[in-house]
Design a protein around this ligand. Structure first.
Ligand SMILES: [Zn+2]
Length: 131
């Protein structure tokens, strides 16, 4: 009986160590992906903004540049979607975008000036107790 308890104890410890290692490795991968995605999304945002500023006097290759940017954006969105971004995180990001660009939300028609959450179903409900 003592041998059985000892074996079960050793197996349980090994399993716990593997689980902890797996979680830690996954966190590192997620952080790395998040940093790459943030950099790419900021670059895309700047490129879209620059292209938008050229719209009054469009260069001849505006459509080609837009198609290229749209393709890169679609690819990044697909990659981000695979990471399991939650609806709450999307609402938070939408709200941050509205604050950054001083735009009104299509849902609540408000132009947020801070990152305080609201009850809006499109740009709010991202507080700690919201899901
Ligand atoms: Zn809103």
């Amino acid at each position: 009986m003592k041998t059985f308890v000892l074996v079960v104890g050793i197996v349980a410890i090994v399993e716990a160590l593997v689980s902890v290692w797996s979680l830690a490795a996954s966190w590192a991968e997620n952080l790395s992906y998040s940093q790459r995605s943030t950099a790419e999304n900021l670059a895309l945002s700047a490129a879209f903004k620059e292209l938008g500023q050229q719209a009054p006097n469009p260069p001849s290759d505006l459509e080609i540049k837009f198609t290229d940017l749209r393709s890169r954006d679609d690819s990044r969105r697909a990659g981000d979607a695979e990471q399991g971004v939650t609806e709450k995180e999307k609402r938070y990001a939408h709200h941050a975008g509205l604050v950054h660009f001083a735009r009104a939300c299509e849902g609540c028609k408000q132009t947020p000036i801070s990152m305080d959450s609201s009850d809006c179903k499109m740009c709010g409900n991202f507080g700690f107790f919201n899901f």
